[in-house]
Design a protein around this ligand. Structure first.
Ligand code: SF4
Ligand code: MG
Length: 277
């Protein structure tokens, strides 16, 4: 049997812009995983969109050759949900960091999980605000005291993104590590193919403000979370033993994706027609 030649290659999803991240930043790898995943999915570039907020990792739309939207801080999920509902034919991927997603955009994250619009959210988690020079973020440990703003640590417990996503109803939940780009690409493919809201926490070192994260490569345990369950209680039980560095697919739920209210859209059509007339 003759092998079918793929229509699109990884290079078709890359833009000509050169990323301006610090050398060694984990986000380089995540970008490469994303373009690899698009090629694996073989979706035409003009049928894909990458949406982001603000931050180092939110620069990703500029580096891809699909439709892109670089929005305002913490509002990527709202823009992406609107896009997906207006254009359900598009593959919508949202990218950003832990500050953008869990602090400024924290409220939107809860409701995006709950609403379950069919899109994929990739958070590059480095437990710090990188772009604004190293402040503690919602996923920073309470005793991290390398920031001048919090010389004695924040004293506040870090939020647990996977638990939060599960509790709020995300339909697919997984963790990856930027140091393993092939595995991350595989997770992205699975996440995009899974119906509903898919959430990926990607441990992505900030080599400038969290230099100790260079050591993640020695402690991350690939596919330790090996058995995806569709039972939230089981997934939460796995997380009760979580060390924060185990990767893999934790949860793949069966909830139907959100569908727009047809009555509302027909009302909108009527109002639009009235204005046109
Ligand atoms: Fe990456 Fe940190 Fe540099 Fe931002 S500041 S580009 S997160 S290494
Ligand atoms: Mg960050």
């Amino acid at each position: 049997m003759t092998a079918v030649t793929p229509t699109y290659a990884v290079k078709d999803y890359k833009s000509d812009l050169k990323p301006i991240w610090c050398p060694g930043c984990g986000d380089f790898s995540v970008l490469s995983s994303l373009t690899k995943a698009f090629a694996e999915l073989q979706r035409a570039p003009e049928t894909c969109a990458v949406v982001s907020g603000i931050g180092c990792s939110s620069r990703i739309p500029a580096y891809t050759n699909v439709y892109g939207f670089h929005g305002v801080h913490g509002r990527s999920l709202t823009a992406a949900a609107g896009l997906k509902l207006a254009r359900p034919d598009l593959t919508v991927v949202v990218t950003g960091g832990d500050g953008d997603g869990f602090s400024i955009g924290g409220n939107h994250f809860l409701h995006a999980c709950r609403r379950n619009v069919d899109m994929t959210y990739i958070v590059m988690d480095n437990q710090v605000y990188g772009m604004t020079k190293g402040q503690a973020s919602p996923t920073t440990a309470p005793d991290w005291c390398s920031s001048k703003l919090t010389p004695e640590g924040t004293g506040i417990s870090a939020i647990q993104p996977l638990q939060l996503a599960l509790a709020c109803g995300a339909n697919f939940v997984a963790r990856g590590f930027s140091g393993d780009p092939n595995h991350v690409a595989k997770l992205i493919v699975e996440a995009v193919n899974h119906p509903g809201f898919s959430f990926l926490q990607i441990l992505s070192p900030c080599v400038t403000f969290r230099t100790e994260q260079r050591g993640w490569k020695d402690v991350v345990q690939k596919d330790k979370i090996a058995a995806a369950t569709s039972n939230v209680a089981e997934a939460l039980a796995i997380l009760a033993e979580d060390d924060g560095v185990a990767t893999g697919i934790l949860y793949a739920g069966k909830r139907a994706p959100f569908q727009p209210n047809n009555k509302a859209s027909s009302d909108l059509d009527r109002i639009e027609r009235k204005f046109v007339a």
